[in-house]
Design a protein around this ligand. Structure first.
Ligand code: THF
Length: 274
């Protein structure tokens, strides 16, 4: 994953020291883009071990339209725990906006699949998680915002667009805010997987995943972990195999995903800024 290591180097060399909402401090750049050709392998970072199980369950949870961490907890996935209220709710975050935009029963994922199947030349195949009407009030706690029907956090991966050419499906994501050490490896794998799943159910081949960033940052308490990753030699990319029998995007289940040949360097721990 040269693309990821290039991003890391770029931000370490060119980033500005910048304060942030969480009070941790970051090195940050504004605007950057990476491209992954999905025919070259599945883009999983190899310079540390990634917990693919969390990535798959999180994506299945988004696709269900679920915004309560109960389902994640059932499967031992903890990555959303820090922001949920006492009932496990996060308010109208990703899953809600994808499947029931602004609570108006607009199912952006079903509409996208329909458009891909019937009008693949369309330039309007977007899904937006960004909804100004549910943005949280930053003077209030996560808990208070959720009680007011606001999202606990504004979406980081804000919207994405699909593109079909030569029978191949590509996806471009705009991520407004990107935690390069913890979140970005998850986000790359998650959207690469979503692109493969949608390609399969629309009888297309996976093309490219293009990852475009707004504020791309490395938290000050991740520098040591980042240097360790830069000292490691990247390994060959694994392959992701989907169960070919699945033809409906909402029918995928954890057992339909098989990752082959993932031989990463060992895990590196880091604290998440809340
Ligand atoms: N907030 C911050 N500060 N960083 C983020 O990456 C982030 N997200 C989501 C929402 N807010 C964020 C949450 N996603 C981990 C990974 C992804 C997250 C949150 C946390 C994490 O701690 N990963 C560890 C453990 C993995 C595991 O337990 O499965 C890791 O080592 O990768 C980004 O969208």
């Amino acid at each position: 994953m040269k693309q990821y290591l290039d991003l890391v180097k770029h931000v370490m060399e060119n980033g500005c020291q910048k304060g942030d909402r969480t009070g941790t401090g970051t090195k940050s750049v504004f605007g950057y883009q990476m491209r992954f050709d999905l025919s070259e392998g599945f883009p999983m970072v190899t310079t540390k071990k990634l917990h693919l199980k969390s990535i798959i369950y999180e994506l299945l949870w988004f696709l269900k339209g679920d915004t309560n961490i109960g389902y994640l907890k059932e499967h031992n996935v903890k990555i959303w725990d820090a922001w949920a209220d006492k009932n496990g709710d996060l308010g109208p975050v990703y899953g809600h906006q994808w499947r029931n935009w602004n609570s108006e029963e607009i199912d952006q994922i079903s509409d996208l699949i329909q458009e891909l199947k019937t009008n693949p030349n369309s330039r309007r195949m977007l899904v937006s998680a960004w909804n100004p009407s549910v943005l949280p009030d930053t003077t209030k706690s996560f808990e208070e915002n959720v009680a007011n029907n606001k999202a606990a956090l504004p979406p980081c991966h804000a919207f994405f667009q699909f593109y079909v050419a030569d029978g191949k499906l590509s996806c471009q994501l705009y991520q407004r805010s990107a935690d390069i050490f913890l979140g970005v490896p998850f986000n790359i794998a998650s959207y690469a997987l979503l692109t493969m799943m949608i390609a399969q159910v629309c009888d297309l081949e996976p093309g490219e995943f293009i990852h475009t960033f707004g504020d791309a940052h490395i938290y000050n308490n991740h520098f040591e972990q980042i240097e360790l990753q830069l000292s490691r030699e990247p390994r060959p990319l694994p392959k992701m195999i989907l169960n070919p029998a699945v033809k409906n995007i909402f029918d995928f289940d954890y057992n339909d995903f098989t990752l082959v040949g993932y031989e990463p360097h060992e895990t590196i721990k880091g604290n998440v800024a809340v």
